[in-house]
Design a protein around this ligand. Structure first.
Ligand code: THU
Length: 138
């Protein structure tokens, strides 16, 4: 793993651990996600697929739900762990989900099983985005 700070390493370990619980019998592509919220705590999620394919949910969605259910509303950092060879960044839908609670500079790390492969900001992954402030004053 390239050198990452202690907080990022903690996210990596948490995402790697929760990935083991992914329910991905259809894609066989297990994903683990870890989010640090404003309170400093780490919230995790894994993808949960469904025999009715469109009902499956992404790992990031589960982690965000856990964060919100705990009363938190600000995302400080996100890290996902996937298998495969590529740098697998969050899907478009999850970028938008993160947008709701993050800010343009929120770091989003894409990790493989061996560690972090890429580091991006939310604004890099979702430029010119639509967020809560667009609804203000309408
Ligand atoms: N998946 C995630 O959990 N997060 C992403 O950002 C990308 C895709 C899941 C959805 C599906 O269960 C599997 O990975 C293959 O697309």
């Amino acid at each position: 793993m390239p050198r990452v700070d202690e907080a990022t390493r903690e996210l990596f370990e948490a995402a790697l651990a929760v990935r083991a619980n992914a329910h991905a019998p259809y894609s066989r592509f297990a994903v683990g996600a870890a989010i640090r919220a404003e309170n400093g705590r780490v919230y995790t999620g894994c993808n949960v697929e469904n025999a009715a394919y469109p009902q499956g949910t992404c790992a990031e969605a589960g982690a965000i739900s856990a964060m919100v259910a705990d009363g938190q509303r600000r995302i400080v950092a996100v890290l996902t762990v996937t298998g495969g060879e590529a740098v697998s960044t969050c899907c478009g839908g999850c970028r938008q989900r993160i947008r709701e609670f993050g800010d343009p500079q929120t770091p989003i790390y894409a990790a493989g099983l061996e560690g972090v492969r890429g580091s991006f900001t939310l604004d890099e992954l979702l430029p010119h985005s639509f967020g809560p402030e667009n609804l203000r004053g309408s």
